[in-house]
Design a protein. Sequence first.
Length: 256
Amino acid sequence: MESAEYHSALAALAWQIELGADECIADAPVDRYAVPASVPKTAKPAAKAEAAPAPGPQSAVDPVAIAQSAATAAQDLEGLRAALAAFDHCELKRGARNLVFSDGVPGARVMIVGEAPGRDEDMQGKPFVGRAGQLLDKMLAAINLSRDESVYITNVLPWRPPQNRDPKPEEVAMMQPFLYRHIELANPDVLVVVGNHSCQALLGKRGITRLRGDWTEARGKPALPMFHPAYLLRNPAAKREAWADLLSLQARLRDG
Ligand code: URA
């Protein structure tokens, strides 16, 4: 690169960083795992007579079944964390910096199930540490709960989806056995299910505006669907309903 080009490229980069850009993202998402549509010209063409390879053991892999047996084999939370860390069938893992397993007090009476890690969570390896997490902490503090003393937190997905896109159904299906086992091993008195994707994974339905505030059951535990704190950041008027739900949680813990 010519020296003038180099300096103007560097200046443009510095300008973008000053504007707040902190990630390199193309206009359109790139699927780096997609199978190429055509074989590159330099590759040796397959002989016409050669039959297509018979499906080998690779194509017989059922990631959900593998997840199920890995999760069932875990005897405690550390074992489950290790099983997740060793699970290589979810593509999200390849793009993530860290496994985001849990935070808070294992065995606490309240277990919160969020959706998926975002950028901050991915960097720190802990759920709900970004802006939504800070709001969650304030909400919990308002009813004298905290992740330091009385709450355990996890997510449906343990790895950040690229650009925080919505979880795909096949990703949720693959991670569900781990989530179910996580709930069994943590064994809380109640579940707080935040956001639509968590409701879909645990209650089999979505529509948080209708579901929130109504106690139901998930994995054999009383479960309270609530608005996701990220939604509350975008829609502060909904904090009124969230407050009613927090009071309902407090009453349940007091009476139960
Ligand atoms: N949103 C979630 O659902 N989970 C997190 O850990 C962070 C943001």
